[in-house]
Design a binder for this molecule. Structure first.
Ligand code: UT7
Length: 339
């Protein structure tokens, strides 16, 4: 029996979570495909043709998940309206430690006071799970404004000698500030479609850093199926036709996955945002980093209709809609070292 629930769109005057700031942080260290060919049996041509990736940014041991999260949040908050942040929801699959969670430490370093702060793990779909959670906190009046952070150091997961997985991943963090507003406002988060299927948990798994196992071809197939279906459901729930979408904003797993997904949705290549060529798959950071870069380089303008979708370990997937608000450009923090 299917228990899948498709959320309904809020009516224009109804309360909604509204995006009012984005930011991102990436490590300073760039690792190119040429760097990888020096230590793995691979070629630039193989990596580019199978994944679209040319380089990724890698955090050293002096740049933790917590550091990246603080930097991304600072980058977002510096240009956001000065609202009192009332909760922090942080998505990661690669925390610095099992216990305690990362979010309270991030809230403390940001000087946010004794607000609720917690982590959630939903693989590369983490940012969309966190966005939905933040919208729920706002809807239930638990908080008026919520800081959402997606952060991962996925480059720490593969066995360093595994040529199939090492090239795919990079490190980074993205953050978004959500406030209470109405569904009619630009920036209002649309209905969020989320799903999971733990019967395929074995397809992407890592007992500890350095022990990633991935069934690449199966993951590929599931990713395209789930992201295209969830995208259709989210667009339909929002009352959008796919032709209305200005930009598909897919989790940057790899360029072939996102191309296949867009093709299935009938969305042309030119209407997809991408940065996988420069930073690889950054997990829960992928979508907010892409948004932060796109607003700054002008690819996304106020009023554009965005369809966000992601897929990851779990398996998990999700999608939602967002009409882009008027946000100030904010160059991504690439200094890389903690302050
Ligand atoms: O959020 C989800 C994250 N996961 C992903 O995005 C991964 C999804 N999967 C994929 O994108 C693809 O499955 C990969 C890019 C990981 C692999 O591509 P593939 O076309 O599925 O390759 P494959 O694993 O079937 O391997 C094909 C060949 C093999 O050689 P033989 O057995 O045909 O001789 C591999 O050994 O390619 C070989 N190979 C490589 N050769 C050069 C695998 N990795 C490499 C490499 N360089 N880096």
């Amino acid at each position: 029996m299917s228990t899948h629930h498709t959320p309904r769109a809020a009516r224009p005057g109804e309360q909604a979570a509204v995006l009012c700031g984005v930011g991102a942080a990436l490590p300073a260290t760039v690792v190119t495909n040429a760097d990888l060919t020096a230590r793995l049996d691979t070629t630039d041509q193989w990596i580019r043709s199978r994944t679209g990736i040319a380089q990724r940014r890698i955090a050293g041991s002096d740049l933790t998940t917590e550091d990246l999260a603080v930097r991304a949040a600072t980058n977002a908050l510096v240009r956001s309206p000065s609202l009192p942040v009332q909760a922090v929801v942080l998505a990661t699959t690669t925390p610095d430690r099992c216990c305690p969670a990362t979010a309270p430490a991030v809230a403390a370093r940001l000087g946010l006071g004794s607000i609720p702060a917690f982590d959630l793990a939903a693989g590369c779909t983490g940012f969309l799970y966190a966005l939905a959670t933040a919208a729920g906190l706002i809807a239930t009046a638990m908080a008026q404004s919520v800081l959402v952070i997606g952060v991962d150091r996925l480059a720490s997961l593969p066995d360093p000698t595994d040529r199939t997985t090492v090239p795919l991943f990079g490190d980074g963090a993205g953050a978004a500030l959500l406030r209470r507003g109405t569904a009619a406002e630009a920036g209002a988060v649309g209905p969020v479609v989320l799903g999971s299927d733990g019967s395929h948990a074995d397809l992407i798994r890592a007992a500890h850093p350095g022990a990633l196992h991935m069934e690449g071809a199966d993951v590929f197939r599931h990713a395209v199926d789930r992201m295209s279906t969830a995208s259709r459901q989210a667009a339909m729930a929002a009352g959008w036709a796919l032709d209305d979408v200005d930009h598909l904003v897919p989790h940057q797993a790899n360029a072939r996955i996102t191309s296949f997904t867009a093709r299935r949705l009938g969305i042309p290549e030119g209407r997809q945002l991408h940065n996988v060529e420069d930073i690889g798959n950054t997990g829960a950071a992928s979508i907010p980093v892409l948004l932060a870069q796109a607003v700054t380089d002008g690819r996304v303008a106020p009023g554009h209709r965005l369809l966000l979708t992601a897929f990851g370990a779990g398996l998990t997937w999700g999608a939602t809609t967002l009409t882009w608000p008027n946000l100030p450009a904010q160059p991504v923090d690439t200094k890389g070292m903690p302050s």
